[in-house]
Design a protein around this ligand. Structure first.
Ligand code: SF4
Length: 109
């Protein structure tokens, strides 16, 4: 675990996708359709509270409070390992390829 679950519950988070690595499988769209959506290119993008897709490379959106754990789970299970979830206050990676230990390659029960 990289950060305590308590921290995740109370911290503002932001998320972005590296489309260069997206496989287009749609796991994230299933987990949190309010935050992730496919564009016509078949790749997933983040969208803001107004529902507008962020199509520029590296553009990020705030994660709605009620969707933090869904977004973190998406990042942990993303086959492309390309969903980046960071804490807003200091940019510390919470989930995704930069989060270090606690996601991805950890032992499965
Ligand atoms: S889970 Fe990852 S690889 Fe799959 S569509 Fe979403 S961003 Fe792309």
């Amino acid at each position: 675990m990289t950060l305590s679950e308590t921290s995740v519950e109370t911290s503002g988070l932001e998320v972005w996708i590296d489309q260069e690595l997206c496989t287009g499988d749609g796991l994230c769209v299933q987990y949190a359709p309010e935050v992730f959506e496919f564009d016509v290119d078949g790749l997933a993008y983040v969208k803001d509270a107004a529902g507008d897709l962020k199509l520029g490379a590296g553009l990020r959106v705030d994660v709605p409070a009620g969707l933090r754990l869904d977004v973190i789970d998406s990042a942990k299970e993303c086959p492309g390992n390309c969903i980046h979830v960071n804490r807003v206050t200091d940019g510390v990676p919470v989930a995704g390829p930069e989060a270090g230990s606690g996601s991805g390659a950890g032992p499965e029960a």
